[in-house]
Design a protein around this ligand. Structure first.
Ligand code: ATP
Ligand code: MG
Length: 425
């Protein structure tokens, strides 16, 4: 026997038993996004490596150790996208979308790739739905994104998510803060772990993000960015918070929330659950006013977020259960050559009459007994049976497969009338 080939570690198959849950999640999110006037953009999965190096920033975990980068047959440096924002900005600029419409509301969906250690809630291929907006200074659009996410959780039936919010100020404000932070951590060098020492050299703000409990005390006493914010940045943040207050959306201001990417400015946020263990952030985003210019465009304010679909599905299963999805509502059975042909045509008639229903035929032959077994496995409510007797008398036997109800034989002409008294679906 040949050796069984396997999927790559951390890259999951989504099996037919769960794909309906993905479809339902995607449909709900798409509906909410449409309700806010967002349009979908579909982007390539592979980009030139420079698209990510330039945007995400080379001091980040993603660029330093997580990207799937390779040379293709021409020797071009390509990368499987680790996130969606960089490619979205690239596409917006390449097609001059902002020249046509200076304010854009976009969303995307698809797989992302990061070479991380696979564990629950953390995979090497995972899926995001992301939202990006361009050309709006805020703070109104910042608040709109938060209202939108809150509505999403409601539409999905999720509860208990905590919104954490922070402001990172503008680059020049952060520069001053960075100097103060560097001085502070330099004076506590001895207490820093290896990771924090590296961050101190490259990007001291990211020490605030340290997951090491031993760092907590030093981090807690570090200077705060808010002390370095000018009036405009303060007002911006206060207005976002005031809108959330007015809308009745609870949040926590977390001054340690700095986010992993370099390109953020001002508002950043995460939606976090305590129900998924260590990988509790289901949605994260923020403002990135400098990125469009960095990627070669005119200075353009921007803000967006991305949510991890695996984590959202995990949370949905925990909170709302994971129901199975029958493959059919009606199952048509016809054992025998003439019967199976009649069954195919009867199924077509049902699909004409009930376009919203799922109708399946037992194909591939076999005895009536084995076909009935297979019919039951489809999860259908009703089997429509065409045996030789039915064929000869132009009738159909209706057999309820679930719940109560008697088997009955009906004239073909009366079929739809009979079914419509007990519609399925
Ligand atoms: P984390 O701190 O968990 O590594 P991140 O800051 O790297 O997250 P983002 O780049 O902000 O994550 O991506 C947005 C969302 O995508 C995350 O909040 C999470 O829900 C999801 N996500 C990120 N990386 C992974 C992964 N490797 N596997 C599954 N989901 C992920
Ligand atoms: Mg990460």
């Amino acid at each position: 026997m040949k050796e069984q080939l396997r999927a790559i570690r951390g890259m999951n198959d989504i099996l037919p038993t769960t794909s309906h849950r993905w479809q339902a999640l995607e449909a709900t999110v798409a509906k909410v996004l449409a309700a806010y006037g967002y349009s979908q953009i579909r982007l390539p999965i592979v980009e030139q490596t420079a698209v990510f190096e330039r945007s995400i920033g080379d001091t980040t975990d993603i660029v330093q150790k997580e990207m799937y980068t390779f040379a293709d047959r021409n020797g071009d440096h390509l990368t499987l996208r680790p996130e969606g924002t960089a490619g979205c900005v690239r596409a917006v600029l390449e097609h001059g979308l902002l020249n046509v419409q200076p304010q854009l509301r976009l969303w995307y969906i698809g797989p992302m790739f990061r070479h991380e250690r696979p564990q629950k809630g953390r995979y090497r291929q995972f899926h995001q739905i992301g939202v990006e907006t361009y050309g709006m200074q805020g703070p109104d659009i910042d608040a709109e994104l938060l209202l939108l996410t809150a509505r999403l959780w409601q539409a999905l039936g999720l509860s208990g998510l905590r919104l954490e919010l922070n402001t990172l100020g503008l680059a020049h404000e952060r520069e001053q803060y960075r100097a103060a932070l560097t001085a502070y951590f330099e004076s506590h060098r001895d207490a820093l772990d290896e990771d924090s020492l590296l961050r101190l050299a490259r990007n001291p703000l990211r020490i605030l993000d340290s997951k090491n409990p031993a760092m907590q005390a030093i981090v807690a006493n570090a200077p705060r960015l808010t002390e370095f914010l000018e009036e405009e940045s303060r007002t911006h943040f206060a207005t976002v918070c005031a809108t959330l207050d007015a809308a009745g959306i609870a949040y926590v201001v977390n001054p340690l929330l700095v986010r992993g990417l370099d390109y953020y400015s001002r508002t950043v946020f995460e939606w976090i659950t305590t129900e998924l263990g260590a990988q509790g952030t289901v949605c994260a985003g923020g403002r990135y006013d400098a990125l469009v210019e960095l990627m070669g465009g005119k200075p353009t304010p921007a803000i967006g977020f991305a949510m991890g679909l695996e984590r959202l599905l995990e949370l949905l299963a925990a909170q709302t259960g994971s129901e199975t999805n029958p493959e059919a509502d009606y199952c048509v059975v016809g054992a025998g050559e003439a019967e199976s042909q009649a069954a195919l045509l009867l199924a077509e008639t049902l699909r004409d009459a009930y376009p919203e229903s799922r109708v399946t035929c037992i194909c591939g032959g076999g005895s009536m007994k084995s076909q009935m077994k297979r019919a039951d496995r489809t999860g259908a409510q009703i089997a429509l049976i065409l045996g030789s007797e039915e064929l000869a008398s132009d009738t159909i036997t209706l057999k309820p497969l679930r719940g109560q109800g008697e088997q009955q034989r009906v004239a073909r002409a009366a079929l739809l009338a009979t079914l419509s008294t007990a519609p399925v679906n």
